[in-house]
Design a protein around this ligand. Structure first.
Ligand code: GZL
Length: 331
């Protein structure tokens, strides 16, 4: 079902009336009256994905694509290669194509108001998935489906506090996610908040590795050169933690023992490293948002009220728990 101009037979007055009233919840009066694409009923969703930077992102893309198929939703999908301008272009393209609903994971928090206002004026509802925007105007999107990244950072910090008892000094290096991205900002905040409970824990260096394995490795190599006494790596995602493991081993140290590692995501490669003792603790961040996203899209298009915020459920893993969980991991 595409948001089309009504058939020309409709009088100008009726068209003006429909356009004037618009629909603040559905895809717009035009689509309701004109049926689906070429008369079909399938909902058309335009989805702008951050990129393919990590195992989490790959699993998230798979979840969205499979869920669209299962839900009978026609998915127009674009990969922004971690560039905001590509996401804005994609969203504008979806508006021109008059899709029924737009969903996207904003690569960074800022700079979205203009394009989201264009979607709103085109009567196309927007769903935020995975990451948030900093827009003050909450009418620019219908709901935000994703994790609580501050809580994830807090869980990582709380584990370190619990496991640093009796230590006189604990030097932490932090591998941050993409600069300006909600998970990077919030995971840093949550971790810093939690470690206040143990003044002996100090973040001695913090730098972005852009959520990639290569980025984590490069930054960790630099950290190792400039900081002789690193006790812990706090990586905002598994991929950067796995890169750090490569750097630590190349420096002749034992990851998980000489230098403890805490990461966030719990993708298969991270869980394997945890089970192998190279990572010490992982906070889960589920990428399996597809089914919830399609359910929310159908509700929004049907004009139903949806919660402003839908927080995904997730847990944490120790090395022993990883060994037990690995056989059943879906991603
Ligand atoms: C979190 C997601 C983050 C993951 C990274 O919801 O946005 O982006 O933690 C991914 O692995 O690159």
């Amino acid at each position: 079902m595409l948001n089309k101009i009504l058939p020309v037979a409709v009088s100008a007055v009726a068209l003006a009336a429909l356009t004037a009233c618009g629909s603040t919840s559905g895809p717009g009066a035009g689509a309701a009256a004109s049926g689906g694409a070429a008369g079909g009923d399938a909902i058309v969703m335009g989805f702008s994905q951050v990129g393919a930077e990590s195992g989490w992102r790959t699993a998230n893309t798979k979840s969205v694509q499979e869920a669209a198929k299962t839900a009978g939703i026609e998915l127009k999908f674009s990969d922004a290669q971690q560039k905001q301008e590509n996401q804005i272009k994609a969203i504008r393209s979806y508006i021109q194509q008059k899709v029924d609903v737009i969903a996207f994971s904003p690569v960074v928090e800022t700079g979205w108001d203009t394009v989201l206002l264009e979607a709103k004026r085109a009567n196309i509802p927007v769903i935020l998935t995975d990451r948030a925007v900093d827009s003050e105007d909450k009418t620019l999107y219908k709901t935000f489906l994703g994790s609580d990244f501050v809580t994830e950072g807090k869980k990582a910090g709380e584990w370190l506090v619990e496991n640093s008892k009796g230590e006189s000094q604990v030097n932490v290096v932090e591998l941050q996610g993409t600069t300006g991205a909600a998970p990077a900002i919030d995971r840093k905040e949550g971790f810093a908040e939690a470690i206040k409970a143990a003044p002996q824990i100090k973040v001695i260096a913090s730098q972005t590795g852009d959520f990639t394995r290569s980025g984590g490795k490069q930054v960790m190599e630099a950290f190792l050169k400039s900081n002789p006494d690193i006790d812990v790596v706090y990586a905002h995602n598994d991929d950067m933690g796995l890169g750090a493991i490569e750097a630590i081993e190349a420096a002749g140290k034992v990851p998980g023992k000489d230098i403890k590692i805490i990461t966030i995501d719990a993708v298969k490669d991270g869980m394997q490293a945890l089970a192998d003792g190279k990572i010490n603790y992982i906070v889960e961040c589920s990428p399996l948002l597809g089914d919830q996203l399609m359910d929310l899209a159908k509700k929004v298009i049907a004009g139903e009220t949806v919660p402003e915020r839908v927080v995904t459920e997730e847990t944490t893993f120790t090395q022993e728990q990883a060994k037990a969980a690995l056989p059943d991991r879906k991603y």
